[in-house]
Design a protein around this ligand. Structure first.
Ligand code: TRP
Length: 490
């Protein structure tokens, strides 16, 4: 890419905002249920250190070479959230590009824990990114709404509460424009009991049999007084990455007595925030131990979105002024940005003109990096702000305009999402997609001779052979059963 590169998003350090008593330094804490930024020895909240977490968990940082390959292989300029490092880390994304080059299918999988009925921009951005990936690759997508997880992990929420939130959230997600033909959205609570999830549940049971309490305790920090639902739940979130959990997507019968080895072998790509990585390390470590083995799912990780109060802060449902909600009115958006967005500007106009502002910690500027697609325009704001030519009020005005346009467009789309449309997306059905129209590499034919199973990348040769054999056995059994049934009839 030759465009000037605007500074990456959320590279902030925020000691300026501290108002709390000295508390002593603490390290950042990142796990699926608790995300806390580090504090310095004064108790000041610091920015997240994403390189540190990537290093600690041994993920790969997304670099220029990978983005260049992405563009070559897909023919699409990388999304601004990739260019600007909001999605900053991955596991095996290069393998997904290999799969796409060969014109082979993969499954996109993402999800959300429905902990409240309304979503803010921190929730919609990952979904918009997933939609972009789906448009680029033209592949099937499953969206898992973990209403079971949220009720298990939050004492105050009932399963009825979270199911209701799941429906509300699903409507918001649909409003982002997902293609119905290629997208299956499900509430865990409803799906498990639907009759379509037999293979999903069998996968979860088998997966849970492979995982010891020690393993989940290590990954998630459970102890002996953790409720047992929480201990089982990771198996659900893990097997949701297996194609064999959704046979209907490929037109196969979810009521069949045996799962489909060929579907298990389909690769999967999971866009998620970095805090979800512990789940997926678990599935990556154990996927090929399944009776119908799956390749390690690939991951693409995002940073956390900056709260209005600045880096290290959290967009939170309990503080409406911490985030722009998709249901906010224009007046609320204006008010939130003008009154509550942390500014990197100087105290007075004179000082600002003289010294310039700091766009790196300026939240209105950060939000512009999320939504202003024009790299040059953004760079212009950055430079002008730093020089003091652009004032805080002017930056805020740009931000307000962009945010209002984004939320208004969303609200128009959301108002058209009826219960009937929601039901269509959540229906168990075959999906339709085209994949890569111009594959540049031959398909993987290693095990063609043993049946139609194609080994997926990430599946060892032995595992692929095993998958092919099992698939053949399954077919024979089904044929025999059909023959027996036919014989019984005549
Ligand atoms: N556990 C996630 C949450 O609480 C929801 C989720 C399930 C998810 N599967 C996922 C998120 C896959 C990202 C990717 O929000």
């Amino acid at each position: 890419m030759t465009e000037p590169e605007p500074p990456s998003v959320a590279a902030l350090s925020l000691s300026e905002t501290a108002t709390t008593e000295p508390k002593g330094a603490s390290e950042q804490e990142i796990n699926p249920w608790d995300v806390q930024a580090a504090t310095d020895d004064q108790g000041n909240v610091l920015a997240f250190d994403y390189e540190a977490i990537s290093k600690k968990w041994a993920t790969n940082l997304i670099d220029k070479a990978l983005l260049e390959r992405f563009e070559r292989v897909t023919g699409h300029k990388p999304h601004r959230w990739l260019r600007r490092g909001l999605f900053f880390s991955h596991r095996d994304l290069d393998r997904i590009l290999d799969t796409y080059e060969r014109g082979e299918d993969f499954l996109l999988y993402t999800g959300r824990g429905p902990s409240s009925g309304s979503m803010h921009i921190g929730h919609t951005i990952p979904f918009e990114f997933t939609k972009w990936l789906q448009d680029v690759f033209d592949v099937p997508l499953v969206i898992m709404l973990t209403d079971d997880e949220k009720a298990l992990f939050k004492e105050s929420l009932t399963f009825e509460d979270t199911l209701k939130f799941a429906y509300e959230n699903a409507k918001d997600i649909i409003a982002l424009g997902f293609d119905l033909k290629k997208t299956f959205i499900y509430s865990d609570i409803k799906f498990y009991g639907s009759g379509g999830a037999g293979h999903f549940v069998t996968n979860a049971l088998e997966f849970s049999k492979l995982i010891t309490f020690n393993q989940v305790r290590g990954a998630f920090g459970f102890d002996a007084s953790t409720n047992t639902g929480r201990i089982f739940f990771p198996s659900f979130q893990c097997v949701a990455a297996f194609g064999s959990s959704y046979p209907f997507i490929w037109g196969e019968d979810p009521q069949s007595d045996t799962r489909f080895a060929k579907l298990a072998a389909i690769p999967c790509l999971i866009p998620c925030a970095i805090d979800q990585d512990p789940y997926f390390r678990l599935v990556r470590d154990n996927a090929n131990r399944m009776r119908f083995p799956s390749p390690k799912p690939a991951l693409i990780h995002s940073k956390f979105l900056t709260a209005l109060q600045g880096a290290g802060g959290k967009m939170s449902a309990s503080n409406p002024n911490s985030a722009i909600y998709m249901s906010d009115s224009e007046k609320q958006i204006k008010n939130k940005i003008n009154k509550h967005a942390f500014s990197g500007g100087q105290e007075t106009l004179e000082l600002h003109r003289e010294l310039g502002g700091n766009p790196d910690i300026d939240v209105p500027y950060q939000y512009l990096t999320y939504f202003e697609d024009d790299d040059e325009k953004l760079q212009g704001f950055y430079d002008a702000y730093k020089k003091g030519d652009m004032l805080t009020g002017e930056m805020k005005k740009e931000c307000v305009d962009v945010m209002i346009a984004y939320v208004r467009k969303f609200q128009e789309a959301r108002s058209k999402v009826t219960d009937e449309i929601l039901a269509e997306y959540m229906k168990i059905r075959k999906l339709e997609w085209k994949g890569n129209p111009h594959p540049t590499k031959p398909k993987n034919t290693e095990t063609k001779a043993e049946g139609e199973t194609k080994p997926a990348e990430g599946l060892s040769k032995n595992a692929a052979k095993k998958a092919a054999k099992l698939e053949e056995l399954r077919k024979k059994k089904e044929a025999a059963a059909a023959a027996a049934a036919a014989a019984g009839k005549s």
